[in-house]
Design a protein around this ligand. Structure first.
Ligand SMILES: Cc1ncc(COP(=O)(O)O)c(C=O)c1O
Length: 398
């Protein structure tokens, strides 16, 4: 029998990244087990319960014996429901249909399967910095040629589009965008999207638009998706899911919408990895999209209050400044006047102050000197955390 020593692990594994929020969560839980109070602002998940009608639909689906395999792309009824919802929400003409939709256990695995479907070693892949870690992890694993475009605090964390223009060419295979954005809460404007679309058409690249926070917006007006801009329907892959909008992180249900030819390949990757998503979970997804939408609107209103409380509180602390996030549920304060070692500071705030947050540089080099706070915590917890941060920060010896 072979023992699994270090030398048995594939060398390619060294190219994988990871989401450090899960590591911080594990340490926070250890401290709680020792009796310490910890406010959780490290992990990107709504603290609300999944709305009742969605849970009920899943339970009914179980009793109706929706407990078997489904097609790898997902149940036709859920795919149709998503095509209809997503076309309406994004005002897309002509509308998508079920053949454009692929279901996955959360958005994260489908990001992996999309990149596996698109990237060969050496292909040019462009993303942004700071970013949700999954894109670069997968693209590096696939040995793509990876370029990161900085997001600018001075543009309220929108992409430096001149820099994007300098980095794309007809050799570029795919560009990923994420609006509203994790970890900063930045939202691309219609003008930004139009310029990215122009570059995509001119250079013939694919845009992967991670729109998982599209229901978590604090701006007036309708959501603008790059997929609905001229010439983009055939070159956009929209990634979305149920985790953030419907407080369904633990259900593991996400999807992507894309040109039919690519959907067939992404489905092949589904087939080779997880086979399909639990059928009663897919039934719950139909209930989420067709049922009462008020819980989503209500959760968002609460997020907005928390955002205002957190951002005002952070800006009142000496040497901390924070832009106002326009979407998602993250604040990304600048702490570079205190230290550039954001990871050490995040660790210190957890160990000394009982506030779990993330170091900005865990999202990329451009996040150095920032922290990420998820405001999926009650107003009372946010107040406690702000007081603790204000008391703990001056004790940090960076
Ligand atoms: C930008 C972004 N995309 C995708 C995901 C994946 O979410 P899930 O796999 O829970 O659907 C996340 C989760 O944090 C995210 O922040």
């Amino acid at each position: 029998m072979l023992a699994v020593h270090e030398d048995r692990i594939a060398a390619a594994v060294a190219r994988l990244g990871s989401e450090s929020a899960f590591e911080i969560l594990a340490r926070a839980r250890e401290l709680e087990a020792q009796g310490r109070r910890v406010v959780h602002m490290e992990i990107g998940e709504p603290d609300f319960d999944t709305p009742e009608h969605i849970k009920k639909a899943a339970i009914e689906a179980l009793y109706d014996n929706h407990t078997h395999y489904t097609p790898s792309a997902g149940m036709p009824s859920l795919r149709e429901t998503i095509a209809e919802y997503a076309s309406r929400f994004r005002r897309l003409q002509p509308e998508w249909n079920a053949a454009n939709v692929v279901i996955s256990p959360g958005a994260k695995p489908i990001i992996w399967n999309i990149l596996c479907s698109l990237l060969d070693p050496g292909d040019d892949f462009v993303y942004f910095d700071p970013a949700y870690p999954a894109y670069a992890s997968c693209a590096n694993y696939l040995q793509a040629n990876v370029h990161a475009i900085p997001l600018l605090e001075s543009r309220n964390w929108r992409m430096d589009l001149d820099e994007l223009e300098r980095h794309v060419s007809p050799k570029t295979k795919a560009v990923v965008i994420n609006s509203p954005h994790n970890p900063t809460g930045g939202v691309l404007t219609k003008g930004d999207l139009e310029r990215i679309a122009e570059l995509a058409v001119k250079n013939d690249f694919v845009v992967i638009a991670d729109e998982i926070y599209s229901r978590n917006m604090y701006l007036e007006g309708e959501y603008v998706s790059i997929a609905a801009l001229p010439g983009m329907r055939e070159r956009t892959i929209v990634v979305d899911g149920f985790s953030k909008a419907y407080a369904m992180t633990g259900w593991r249900l996400g999807y992507a919408i894309m040109p039919e030819r690519l959907a067939r390949t992404v489905t092949l990757f589904n087939n080779n990895t997880f086979s399909c998503v639990a059928s009663f979970v897919q039934m719950a997804g139909i209930a989420a999209l067709t049922g009462d939408d008020t819980p989503v609107v209500r959760m968002n209103e609460i997020f907005r209050q928390r955002r205002d409380r957190l951002v005002n509180g952070l800006n009142a602390i000496a040497n901390v400044s924070c832009t106002l996030p326009e979407g998602a549920f993250y604040a990304f304060p600048n702490v570079s006047a205190i230290t550039h070692d954001d990871r050490a500071l995040a660790k210190f705030l957890l160990e000394e102050g009982g506030v779990a947050c993330g170091g900005g540089s865990t999202f990329g080099a451009a996040g150095k000197g920032y922290l990420r706070f998820s405001y999926a915590a009650s107003l009372e917890d946010i107040d406690w955390a702000l007081e603790s941060v204000a008391k703990t920060l001056p004790k940090f010896k960076g």
